[in-house]
Ligand binder design. Structure first.
Ligand SMILES: [Zn+2]
Length: 181
């Protein structure tokens, strides 16, 4: 398959991140963690024989998060992709925890189920969620899934995901959920 792997959010011109930041709870910045993670996810999925295009918004160019949408959808919808995967982290109170994969289409649901099952071996299983209010799920031609790997506001979960070795392990799990063909 030809897969578009996108990183949620961006770093704006004024230096602000459009993502959540769990650092004050001992967690991490969502965008920064996902951007690093996307490299391991791309490499793990490529090992399964897929073609992967990693999409990260240009940094310090946009003035608002609205510009992320046009930038990404333009690349995705002109690229003949078979699947879109967007990486995010959840954020809430410091006690909130778990992993969830969001989908809209029935094709997306199949991948969401497989990826969810894998990530639930490390994080609390919050289940897959049908969402029809997210542009990455309803604005793309190919089916899309949005992975909320863990809560960036949860110190314990961040511990399980901190560092390249752990990111590599988590990336392998996602790749297992995206079987070849
Ligand atoms: Zn996010």
């Amino acid at each position: 398959m030809k897969i578009a792997l996108t990183v949620g959010h961006s770093l704006l011109k004024n230096g602000n991140y459009t993502s959540a930041d769990g650092k004050k709870y001992g967690g991490c910045n969502e965008y920064k963690w996902c951007k690093a993670f996307s490299k391991q996810v791309a490499s793990a999925i490529r090992k399964n024989g897929h073609t992967v295009k990693r999409i990260v918004c240009p940094e310090k160019k946009f003035t608002s998060s609205i510009q992320e949408k046009a930038y990404k959808l333009n690349i995705i919808n002109s690229g003949n992709y078979d699947l879109v995967i967007e990486l995010h982290l959840n954020a809430a109170s410091p006690s909130a925890k778990g992993t969830e994969v969001l989908y809209k289409s029935s094709a997306g649901k199949k991948y969401a189920e497989k990826v969810q099952k894998q990530l639930a071996s490390v994080f609390t299983d919050r289940g897959i969620k049908l969402r029809d209010d997210l542009y990455m799920l309803n604005g793309t031609k190919p089916p899309a899934i949005l992975i909320e790997t863990f809560f960036c506001t949860n110190k314990g979960e961040y511990k399980k995901a901190k560092g390249i070795i752990k990111r590599r392990e988590l990336a392998k799990l996602i790749a297992k959920g995206i079987p070849y063909k």
